[in-house]
Design a protein. Structure first.
Length: 260
C-alpha cells in the first residue's frame, strides 16, 4: 500500500475495533484522518471516544527508491465524567456495560487500538511497527468532566504507487475453483472477485482481457466447467472511493491463475 491507502486502512481497522463480545469502540463516524496531531480542546468532535489518524513524514529507501518508510500518528481521545482528579478519564469509571464504550478510560481504549494496529501485517500490503508516546495529561474539568488522550507513532513500509493485492493459491478441485483472499477482503477498498479464463497459455493482464468471466462476487470459490487450453484467473476488484464501481484491479501474479 502507499501512504494514501494505508491511512485509510488504519482508519478502517480502527472503525472495526470492538469490546470483547460487544459493540464497536469508535464506529465509522468517530474515526478521522486528521491534518495534525490529536485535536485541541476546541477542535474535538462532539462524540467520544474518537480516534484521529495523521500522516507524518516519510523516508525513501536507499536501495529501493520506490519504497518509503512512512510515519503516522494515531491518537485516541475519551471524555469521562465524575471525579475531581480525572482518574476516570485515565483508567475508566464504574462501567454499567463492559461491552460498550461509555465510561471507558483512555488506558482501556488504547489497549484495543494497539491490538488493532498490531493486526496489520504484510499480508494486508503493509508492514507496521507500533510505538507509543504515552498518555497525555488530563485536561481541565469541563462541567465536571475530564478529557484524556494518547498517541501512537506508527511506522510502515509503503510503496510509492498504489498497490492492489491479488488472490493467491488459486486451485481446482473437480469443477470448483477456490482461492485464498483474506488479505484482499480485509482491505478498506475491497469490492469483489472476478473469476474468468483466457484461451491459450498467457494470462490476461486485466479483467478486460479475459475471454469470459464465469463468476463475480465475494465468495472464495466458484463452480465452473474446466476445459483444456485455458488460463483460469482470479482478479480482485477495488473501490477506494466507495462508489460501488470498480476503480482498480489486481495484476496477474504467480498464484492468482493456473493453466489447463
Amino acid at each position: 500500500m502507499n501512504p494514501w491507502q494505508l491511512a485509510q486502512q488504519i482508519k478502517h481497522e480502527l472503525a472495526q475495533v470492538t469490546w470483547p463480545g460487544g459493540s464497536v469502540v469508535f464506529g465509522s463516524r468517530s474515526v478521522f484522518v486528521y491534518a495534525g496531531a490529536v485535536p485541541a480542546d476546541e477542535e474535538m468532535p462532539p462524540a467520544f471516544p474518537f480516534a484521529a489518524v495523521s500522516i507524518g513524514s516519510s523516508t525513501a529507501d536507499d536501495t529501493h527508491p520506490d519504497l518509503l518508510t512512512q510515519s503516522f500518528t494515531v491518537g485516541a481521545c475519551v471524555e469521562v465524567a465524575g471525579d475531581p482528579l480525572g482518574e476516570f478519564a485515565i483508567i475508566g469509571s464504574s462501567r454499567a456495560n463492559l461491552t460498550k464504550s461509555a465510561g471507558a478510560g483512555i488506558a482501556e481504549v488504547t489497549e484495543r487500538v494497539r491490538a488493532a494496529l498490531n493486526r496489520l501485517t504484510i499480508l494486508d500490503g503493509a508492514s507496521i511497527v507500533v510505538s507509543g508516546s504515552g498518555t497525555t495529561a488530563v485536561a481541565s474539568p469541563l462541567r465536571g468532566r475530564h478529557v484524556a488522550a494518547e498517541e501512537f507513532t506508527v511506522q510502515a513500509m509503503c510503496s510509492s504507487a498504489p498497490f492492489y493485492a491479488a488472490p493467491q493459491q488459486v486451485r481446482r478441485s473437480g469443477n470448483t475453483i477456490n482461492w485464498v483472499g483474506t488479505h484482499c477482503t480485509n482491505r478498506f477498498d475491497f469490492l469483489q472477485y472476478r473469476l474468468g479464463y483466457v484461451t491459450g497459455s498467457t494470462p490476461a493482464a486485466t479483467p478486460a482481457g479475459l475471454t469470459s468471466v464465469v463468476y463475480t462476487g465475494t465468495d472464495l470459490e466458484a463452480a465452473t466447467t474446466i476445459a483444456p487450453n485455458r488460463v483460469y484467473q482470479v482478479f480482485a476488484d477495488y473501490d477506494p472511493r466507495g462508489t460501488g464501481a470498480v476503480a482498480a484491479s489486481s495484476e496477474p501474479v504467480v498464484g492468482s491463475y493456473f493453466l489447463t
